[in-house]
Design a protein around this ligand. Structure first.
Ligand SMILES: Cc1cc2nc3c(=O)[nH]c(=O)nc-3n(C[C@H](O)[C@H](O)[C@H](O)COP(=O)(O)OP(=O)(O)OC[C@H]3O[C@@H](n4cnc5c(N)ncnc54)[C@H](O)[C@@H]3O)c2cc1C
Length: 1022
C-alpha cells in the first residue's frame, strides 16, 4: 500500500485541511508527475560534450576523497586572484602535490602533471585556470547588466522567466552599499523599458489576475547596509529601508518585481522584519510584486510561515514566498556548534525535504495571501508541489517553479514542458564574488544528499528518488560538536540575533542606568570581610557620558595593603586544608552566580569601561569559562603524580605557594581579574585582589560573587586604590609569595624588578614568583592571494574591537605589494563606515576610550601619524567629543616599521599599514618588534600558511581569521619576549604556576617483602 506523502510528524507542523485520503491521492499523483519529469530530464542527460557534465564530474571526483575535495575547491576559490603566471604556477604546485596527483582521475591527472613539469607547464596551468573560470562563468549570467539582460532574453526563448541577482563582494563599507543599491537602480531603471518590447509568452507572463512583471530582481538586504547587524534592529532597518525604498519605488513605477533573498540564520529575523515593515508602508501596501524567501532547512520555517500568513492577511495584498531548502547548511551547522548555540537547521536531509513539502502545502492553501514560488532542483519536491496544487484546484498562474542558472538544464525543460511557469535565478557580476558562488554550487552538487547528484550522477533508481521524505532506517550519526570528548566546554556567547537576548541585555542596561541615576555606587576596600574606612576616595565616570558619575571608590593605603597580605597569610592553612574538591566546587558555584547575573554584570562593564554590548557579554562569558576551567584543572592537580616501582613509591603532589597578589587591568575587567584570582584560589592560595582604578565596580561585584560562592572572607581581600600607592607595598611584602599581573610592559617589568629586590632583601624566606601578561604590537600579514573581503573584515574587527584596547589587538597590517593599494582602499572605506557611539547603544560598533589619559595618549599617536605617515582613514567624532572620551578609528599607511607608530603599543584605535615586497619580508616585518603576543595571516597559499605557522613570533598565531577573541581551553592565551612571563591563561599548565611541586619517596621494602603496587591515588589535599 502506498504511504502518504511525508513523515506524519511533518504533516502536523503546519495547519492543513488535507485528510489522510487527500494525502494518499496527492502522493499517487506525485509519483506519476515525478516519473514524467524524471524520464524527460534523464533523456536529455548531459553528455561529456557539455560543460554541465564536467561540473558534475568534478564534484563527483571530489566527493570520493574529502582531502582532495578541500584542496580542489580551495584552489578553485583563489583562481581569480592568480592572474600572474608565477603565482598561478606556485598555487597549482602547492595544492596539487605529488601525493594528491596520484589520487586524481586520469584526465585531471594529465592536466596537472603537465602544469607541474616540462616547458608546457605555464600553458597547462593557464589552461586549468581558464577552464575553472569558465566553470564559474557557467553559473553566472554575465558580468555586466547588458550581458545579464541578454542571458535573460535567452531564457525567455526557452519559455522561462528570470530573476536577476547582482553578485557583489562583501559589503564592508557604506560606499559598497551605495554601489550595490545604485547597480539595482540602473537595472530597474533600464531593463523594464527594453523588456516592454519583448514578445509576449503566456506561460511566463500570465500571472494571477493579470500579467506578471517581465523584469524580476532578487537582492540581499545585508548588502544594503555595511553595518547590518541584528544586535541593532532599529538602526539597521532604518539604514536598509533608506536604500530599499527607492528601489521598490522604481520597480513599482516601472512594472518590475523585487524579491528579497534570505541569507544566514543570524540575519533571518531581521530580514523578515524589514520586509514586513516596507511591504506594510502605505505606498507599497497594495503592491503585489514583491517577495521574500523562506528556507525550509530551518527549524523555524513552519513558525515563520504561519506568522507571514497572519501578517499577509492583515496587509490585504498577497506577497510572493520563494520556498527553498537553504544554501548554507554546512555553515549553519558548523557555526552553531562552534558557538555552542542550538543548531538552527534540521540535521537530516529527509527532515528538510519533509518541511519543504509541508510548507508547499501550506502556501498552496494560503495562496490568496502568500503566492507560492518553489525553488528547487529536486524533482520529487517540485512534483509534490504540482500534485498538491492540482489536488487543491489552485490556478497554475498562481504558482511558479524556480531553478538556478547553469544547473540542471534538462530538468528545466521537463518543468516547462509539463506546463508550469519556471523562473531562473540568474546571478551576474564579477568573477571574484562569483567564485564563492561557484564553490557553494560545487559543495551542493558534491553533497551525498544532493538530488541532482543522486539522479544524474549516481543514477539512483526513480523509486528511491521519488520516495516520500521519511527517516531512513539508519539515520546519519550525529555530527561531532566542538568540545565533544572534553570535560570542558566554553560558555556560549549571547546570540544577539535573538530577540530574547537583546531584550534581556536592554533591560539590564536600562536598570543599570536607573541605578546610576540614583547616585554613584560605593566601592569599599574589604579586608577579612569587613569594609575599611579610607582617607582617600576617587570618582569613576562613564567614559561614554563623563557627566555621569557611576562609582565612588575608596582608595586603599599602603598600610591597608600590608594588613591585607597579613590576613591572607593567616588564612592560608585553612584555605589549603579545605581541599581541592571543595575549592573547585566554589569556583563552579561562582560561575553559576555569574551565569544568573550575566546581563547585569555585562551592563556594569558597558558603563564602567565603555564596552559595547557584544564585548561586555564576551567578557562575562570568559570569566565563567575561567571559573569552570580552573575548577577542572584543580581536580586534576588533586591527584598526585605517582611513579612506583617494586619496593619504592614516589608521589609528587602540589602545595599552594602562599599569599597571592592579583593586579588586574581594566580592559577585560571581569575576565582577567577572575582568571588570575580563581586560578590562585583553586590552588589553595589566599588572594589580595587589586582591580584597576577604572574598573573597581565590576571588581567589587566579582568579590561579592566569590564570597557568596563560599570563599572565606579571610582568603580574599578586595583592595581598590591607586596602583602607585598600594602596588609596591603589596609586591614587596615578605609574605607575598606570588604576583599575578596583567597590564602594561612598563608596570610588568617594574613589578618583576620590585619582586626580585624584595626576594633578595634580608629576612626574605622565598623567591617571589611573578606571572606577567604584558602588551603586544600585533601584526596581521595580508598575502597577495588573500580573500580581501575576509582580510578587511578580520583586520577591522581585530584592530577596532573595543576601540583597540586589547593586548591582542591588531595594530599593524603588513600587506604584500601587489594588493597593497586595493586592500588599503577597501580597508579605508570600511573604517569610514564604523559607527562610533555610546557603549550602551547596541548600534555602536566602537565606544569611547577608557579615560582622559588614554584618549590623550592615543591622540598624541594620531598627531605623530599625521606627521610621519600618510593618513588613509580617520573618523571624526563630532559632538561625541563633548560627551565622553571618544576617538574615532584611524589608519595610517606607508608607516616606517622602525618608527614609534610601527613599534610602540598604542592601545587604541590606531592602525599602521606597511608594504612588503614579498612574503618573507612580510614575516620579518611582523616579527620586527620586541613583543610576541598575537599575529595572523590572511593567505590562500598552503606553503605561506605553513611558513606563517612556523615563523611568526607570537604566542598565539591565527591563520585566515581575526587575531582577537581567544577562547579558554581552545586557544590558551599568552605571549613571550616582552609580551609576558608565565604560561598561557586558559591553558593546561596555567594552574601549575600557582603551586609548588613536592615529591615524597618511600622505600616500601621491609626485610625483603614489599606491598603490592598501588593502582590508584588518593587526593593530595591537606
Ligand atoms: C530560485 C532559487 C533561489 C534561491 N534562493 C535562495 C536564498 O535566497 N537563500 C538560500 O539560502 N538559498 C537559496 N537558494 C539555494 C537553495 O537553497 C539550494 O539550491 C537548495 O537548498 C538545493 O535544494 P534542492 O531542493 O534543489 O536539492 P536537494 O538535493 O533536494 O536538497 C539539498 C538541500 O538539502 C539540505 N540538506 C542537505 N543535507 C542536509 C542534512 N543532512 N540535513 C538537513 N538538510 C540537509 C540543504 O539545504 C541542501 O541545500 C535558491 C535556490 C533556487 C533554485
Amino acid at each position: 500500500m502506498m504511504s502518504s506523502s511525508t513523515d506524519p510528524a511533518f504533516e502536523r507542523v503546519l495547519p492543513s485541511r488535507l485528510t489522510a485520503a487527500d494525502r494518499l491521492q496527492i502522493e499517487r499523483r506525485v509519483q506519476e508527475i515525478g516519473r514524467g519529469l524524471l524520464d524527460r530530464a534523464l533523456a536529455a542527460e548531459p553528455t561529456a560534450a557539455s560543460s554541465e557534465w564536467w561540473v558534475q564530474q568534478a564534484a563527483e571526483w571530489a566527493t570520493q576523497d574529502d582531502d582532495l575535495k578541500v584542496r580542489l575547491f580551495r584552489l578553485v576559490d583563489c583562481m581569480p586572484m592568480l592572474d600572474d603566471p608565477a603565482a598561478l604556477d606556485r598555487h597549482v604546485r602547492e595544492y596539487v602535490d605529488d601525493d594528491v596527483i596520484e589520487r586524481l582521475p586520469r584526465s585531471l591527472r594529465l592536466a596537472f602533471q603537465a602544469a607541474r613539469s616540462g616547458f608546457l607547464a605555464p600553458l597547462a596551468a593557464r589552461a586549468i585556470r581558464s577552464a575553472t573560470l569558465a566553470q564559474a562563468r557557467r553559473f553566472i549570467a554575465g558580468s555586466s547588466p547588458r550581458e545579464a539582460a541578454q542571458a535573460a532574453v535567452a531564457q525567455r526563448r526557452h519559455h522561462r522567466g528570470f530573476t536577476l541577482d547582482l553578485l557583489g563582494e562583501a559589503v564592508t563599507s557604506e560606499a559598497d552599499a551605495d554601489a550595490y543599491a545604485e547597480a539595482y537602480a540602473t537595472l530597474l531603471g533600464d531593463l523594464p523599458r527594453i523588456a516592454a518590447s519583448w514578445p509576449a509568452d503566456p506561460l511566463v507572463d500570465d500571472g494571477p489576475g493579470g500579467p506578471m512583471p517581465r523584469v524580476n530582481v532578487s537582492l540581499k538586504l545585508s548588502a544594503l547596509d555595511s553595518q547590518f547587524d541584528a544586535i541593532d534592529p532599529r538602526g539597521t532597518s532604518d539604514r536598509v529601508l533608506a536604500r530599499l525604498r527607492p528601489l521598490w519605488r522604481l520597480a513599482r513605477d516601472n512594472g518590475a518585481q523585487v524579491h528579497v533573498d534570505m541569507e544566514s540564520y543570524a540575519t533571518k529575523d531581521l530580514t523578515l522584519a524589514i520586509f514586513r515593515a516596507i511591504a506594510m508602508e502605505e505606498e507599497f501596501r497594495d503592491w503585489p510584486h514583491c517577495g521574500i524567501v523562506v528556507q525550509c532547512y530551518l527549524r523555524d520555517a513552519p513558525g515563520d510561515l504561519e506568522a507571514l500568513a497572519n501578517w499577509g492577511r492583515l496587509r490585504g495584498t498577497p506577497v510572493w514566498v520563494r520556498l527553498v531548502k537553504g544554501a548554507y547548511w554546512d555553515y549553519e551547522t558548523v557555526h552553531a556548534r562552534a558557538a555552542g548555540w542550538p543548531v538552527p537547521v534540521w540535521q537530516q536531509k529527509w527532515q528538510t525535504d519533509a518541511c519543504f513539502e509541508a510548507a508547499t502545502t501550506f502556501l498552496l492553501e494560503n495562496q490568496s495571501v502568500l503566492r507560492p514560488a518553489l525553488g528547487s532542483h529536486n524533482l520529487r519536491s517540485l512534483a509534490h508541489g504540482m500534485a498538491a496544487a492540482e489536488h487543491l484546484g489552485v490556478d497554475r498562474r498562481v504558482v511558479e517553479m524556480q531553478m538556478l542558472h547553469g544547473m540542471g538544464d534538462p530538468e528545466k525543460d521537463a518543468v516547462t514542458a509539463a506546463g508550469w511557469r519556471l523562473r531562473i535565478y540568474m546571478p551576474y557580476g564579477q568573477l571574484v564574488p562569483g567564485m564563492a558562488y561557484l564553490v557553494r554550487r560545487l559543495l551542493e552538487n558534491s553533497s551525498n544528499d544532493s538530488f541532482l547528484r543522486a539522479g544524474f550522477v549516481k543514477h539512483v533508481p526513480a523509486a528511491t528518488l521519488l520516495a516520500p521524505p521519511r527517516p531512513a532506517t539508519a539515520d546519519a550519526a550525529a555530527v561531532p560538536r566542538v568540545g565533544d570528548g572534553d570535560a570542558f566546554t566554553n560558555e556560549p556567547l549571547a546570540d544577539f540575533a535573538l530577540d530574547s537576548a537583546r531584550r534581556a541585555m536592554q533591560e539590564a542596561v536600562t536598570r543599570t542606568t536607573a541605578a546610576f541615576a540614583a547616585g554613584p555606587i560605593d566601592v569599599p576596600v574589604v579586608i577579612d570581610g569587613r569594609r575599611v574606612a579610607t582617607a582617600a576616595t576617587f570618582s569613576r565616570h562613564d567614559p561614554s557620558e563623563r557627566a555621569r558619575r557611576i562609582a565612588e571608590v575608596s582608595a586603599a593605603s599602603a598600610a591597608d595593603a600590608i594588613r591585607a597580605v597579613e590576613v591572607a597569610a593567616r588564612a592560608l592553612p585553612a584555605w589549603w586544608a579545605a581541599g581541592w574538591e571543595h575549592r573547585a566546587g566554589i569556583l563552579e558555584q561562582a560561575a553559576a552566580i555569574m551565569r544568573r547575573r550575566r546581563c547585569e554584570l555585562a551592563a556594569v562593564e558597558v558603563f564602567e569601561v565603555g564596552k559595547p554590548w557584544r564585548e561586555a557579554d564576551a567578557d562575562v562569558a570568559e570569566a565563567i569559562d575561567f571559573c569552570c576551567y580552573y575548577a577542572a584543572s584543580a581536580r586534576r592537580l588533586a591527584r598526585p603524580a605517582r611513579i612506583d616501582v617494586p619496593g619504592e613509591e614516589n608521589a609528587t603532589a602540589w602545595l599552594p605557594r602562599g599569599p597571592t597578589v592579583v593586579i588586574a587591568p581594566w580592559n577585560f575587567p571581569l575576565a582577567i581579574l577572575a582568571g588570575m584570582t580563581t586560578a590562585a584560589l583553586a590552588a589553595g592560595n589566599p588572594v589580595v585582589m587589586k582591580p584597576a582604578e577604572q574598573s573597581s565596580l565590576i571588581g567589587l561585584r566579582l568579590h561579592e560573587i566569590l564570597l557568596e560562592a563560599g570563599v572565606p572572607s579571610g582568603a580574599l581581600a578586595f583592595l581598590p586604590g591607586r596602583g602607585e600607592e598600594v602596588g609596591p607595598a603589596l609586591v614587596s611584602h615578605p609574605d607575598t609569595a606570588l604576583i599575578a599581573f596583567t597590564g602594561s610592559r612598563a608596570v610588568g617589568l617594574a613589578i618583576n624588578a620590585d619582586a626580585a629586590r624584595a626576594s633578595a632583601a634580608a629576612g626574605s624566606r622565598a623567591v617571589k614568583r611573578v606571572i606577567a601578561e604584558m602588551g603586544g604590537k600585533n601584526a596581521i600579514v595580508v598575502d597577495d592571494d588573500a580573500d580581501l573581503d575576509e582580510a578587511v573584515v578580520g583586520v577591522v574587527h581585530s584592530a577596532f574591537g573595543f576601540q583597540g584596547q586589547k593586548c591582542s589587538a591588531c595594530s599593524r597590517v603588513i600587506v604584500l605589494d601587489r594588493v597593497y593599494d586595493a586592500f588599503l582602499r577597501r580597508l579605508a572605506a570600511a573604517v569610514h563606515s564604523i559607527r562610533v557611539g555610546p557603549a550602551c547603544e547596541p548600534g555602536s560598533r566602537m565606544g569611547p576610550l577608557v579615560d582622559e589619559e588614554a584618549r590623550d595618549r592615543v591622540l598624541s599617536f594620531i598627531e605623530l601619524g599625521r606627521r610621519t605617515a600618510r593618513q588613509a582613514a580617520a573618523v571624526e567624532i563630532g559632538p561625541l567629543a563633548d560627551r565622553g572620551w571618544f576617538v574615532g578609528p584611524h589608519v595610517f599607511a606607508d608607516v616606517d616599521p622602525a618608527s614609534p607608530l610601527g613599534q610602540e603599543e598604542i592601545f587604541g584605535p590606531v592602525l599602521a599599514v606597511m608594504r612588503a615586497r614579498d612574503f618573507a619580508q612580510a614575516i620579518d616585518l611582523a616579527n620586527g618588534t620586541a613583543y610576541a603576543l598575537t599575529a595572523g595571516v590572511f593567505s590562500r597559499s598552503p606553503a605561506h600558511l605553513q611558513a606563517a605557522a612556523r615563523d611568526l613570533a607570537a604566542g598565539n598565531v591565527y591563520l585566515n581569521r581575526g587575531i582577537t577573541g581567544a577562547l579558554v581551553h581552545r586557544q590558551p592565551f599568552g605571549g613571550y619576549r616582552m609580551s609576558g612571563i608565565g604560561s598561557k591563561t586558559g591553558g593546561p599548565e596555567y594552574l601549575q604556576q600557582f603551586v609548588v611541586p613536592r615529591t615524597v619517596t618511600e622505600n616500601t621494602l621491609r626485610r625483603g617483602f614489599a606491598p603490592p603496587a598501588r593502582d590508584g591515588a588518593a587526593p593530595a589535599d591537606g
